[in-house]
Design a protein around this ligand. Structure first.
Ligand code: ADP
Ligand code: TRP
Length: 325
């Protein structure tokens, strides 16, 4: 029996290097192994849990599918779909909310962060975010979830929901684990916190040109601190070197310790290596973007394939819960 994998990304903007290294690379790795059945979605229902732009949402959702295809996700190997097109996600999340306490949800760290970010927008949908994410995963009985380390609190909730459902109703949900990649935490260009769409100046987009990447990497603050400590921007720069120049990073580190490192040389080498990795994705992006009917087909076909599994799980849950079928 193949194990099942599910992951998703919200449609909140263009994908950046953090999304690519922390999530998409893991999705690619698992798609290409024979013993996994892979489901990758656009989490548009999660997108609307925080303020968003109505007029551009549909385009942003489609762009994530285009980004997935450009990065190498293959509809022949993976089911690529849009979450809201498979209604069972919402329905299962409702049933899951019957085994989830409000107090537990109010303590989730990501919820508390969002409350701070949008104090005037603390909705039921936001509180329910981890329950819906549990439904996304468990609807396909996925046991492995390729996401960045920041999603760990949500996976903990998914495991708890699975346990509770199994105890209360005798279902047989697996307890899903995170599939970690080398880039599970990509730091911000500013040197503070993680690279994130919502922090201007923190990220490199997958569609950035060579010049843009060079400019952004050169702007990483690398003023040295006494004692040769790797902190702030310097630490970010060395993290990028580790990820993109794994064979040379030791030499750069030694040069830094000896005080002979020319920062601009390291920065330009890192920028070149990043661009080198992104070049083929960008080429594919230009081709996929033009092929409107192919993208339409992927979306329609993905929803159909996802519904097949989703409806079966939902029926099982309703049956076990004593609901009319
Ligand atoms: P953002 O924080 O930029 O809005 P999302 O929350 O949409 O990104 O995350 C989408 C996926 O990318 C998730 O799996 C998340 O863990 C991963 N991810 C986001 N930022 C990073 C990062 N800086 N490093 C590693 N993975 C990340
Ligand atoms: N919460 C995830 C993020 O912010 C997106 C997401 C929604 C997801 N449902 C999921 C990720 C299910 C993995 C599995 O990136």
């Amino acid at each position: 029996m193949k194990s099942t994998v599910l992951s998703g990304i919200r449609a909140t903007g263009k994908l950046h290097l953090g999304n690519y290294l922390g999530a998409v690379k893991g999705m690619l790795e698992l798609q290409d192994k024979d013993d996994f059945q892979t489901y990758y979605m656009v989490a548009d229902l999660h997108t609307v849990t925080t303020p968003y732009e109505k007029t551009t949402l549909r385009g942003s959702i489609r762009n994530i599918i285009i980004d997935y295809l450009s990065a190498g996700l293959d509809p022949q190997k993976s089911t690529l779909f849009i979450q809201s097109m498979v209604h069972e996600h919402i329905e299962l999340s409702y049933y899951f909310s019957t085994v989830t306490t409000v107090a537990k949800m109010q303590h989730v760290t990501t919820f508390k962060d969002k409350v701070k970010q949008h104090p005037e927008h603390v909705t039921m949908a936001l509180l329910n975010y981890p329950v819906l994410m549990s439904a996304d995963i468990l609807l396909y009985k996925a046991s492995l979830v390729p996401v960045g380390i920041d999603q760990e609190p949500h996976l903990e909730i998914a495991r708890e929901v699975a346990r509770r459902m199994n105890q209360e109703y005798g279902t047989s949900f697996p307890e899903p684990r995170r599939f970690a990649t080398k880039g599970e935490y990509v730091p911000s260009l500013s040197g503070e916190g993680k690279m994130s769409k919502s922090v201007e100046g923190s990220y490199i987009n997958l569609t950035d040109s060579h010049e843009e990447i060079t400019k952004k990497i050169r702007s990483i603050p690398t003023a040295t601190v006494a004692g040769g400590e790797l902190t702030g921007g310097l630490r970010s720069l060395f993290s990028f070197a580790e990820l993109f120049l794994p064979d040379q990073v030791e030499n750069y580190r030694n040069a830094f310790q000896k005080g002979t490192l020319k920062f601009v040389e390291l920065k330009d080498a890192v920028a070149d290596a990043i661009y080198h990795d992104l070049e083929s994705i960008q080429e594919k992006h230009r081709a996929v973007e033009q092929n409107i009917s192919f993208v339409d087909d992927v979306i329609a076909d993905g929803a159909q394939r996802a519904r097949l599994i989703a409806s079966k799980t939902l029926q099982e849950v309703k049956e076990k819960m004593g609901m009319p079928l």
